[in-house]
Write a protein that binds this ligand. Structure first.
Ligand SMILES: [Zn+2]
Length: 94
């Protein structure tokens, strides 16, 4: 069986997802959450800030470079995953 693409994983019913796919979907949901750039406050998710398509998201196998989507800002962003916070992650400036 061929591996489902990220796009397929997001649209498949739960019953069809393998354990790995469920983990991937959780990561994709995290990646698709929007967080504001600390500089210009533009809300953006990790896919947008990495300038990639959802199917290119690599689940940490490959480092993505994140840059603010606001061309007037364009700051390099770093994803911070706090241990205890209401937000699962947020952007910090490089
Ligand atoms: Zn910005």
């Amino acid at each position: 069986m061929k591996e489902a693409t990220n796009e397929e994983i997001m649209s498949m019913p739960d019953s069809l997802l393998t354990g790995i796919d469920k983990q991937k979907r959780f990561c994709l949901k995290m990646a698709l959450l929007k967080s504001p750039c600390p500089d210009c406050k533009t809300e953006q998710n990790m896919i947008e800030a990495a300038r990639i398509q959802i199917n290119e998201y690599s689940f940490g196998h490959k480092e993505h470079t994140y840059t603010c989507v606001n061309t007037g800002c364009g700051r390099t962003l770093i994803q911070i995953v706090p241990m205890f916070s209401h937000a699962p992650w947020f952007w910090a400036l490089a």
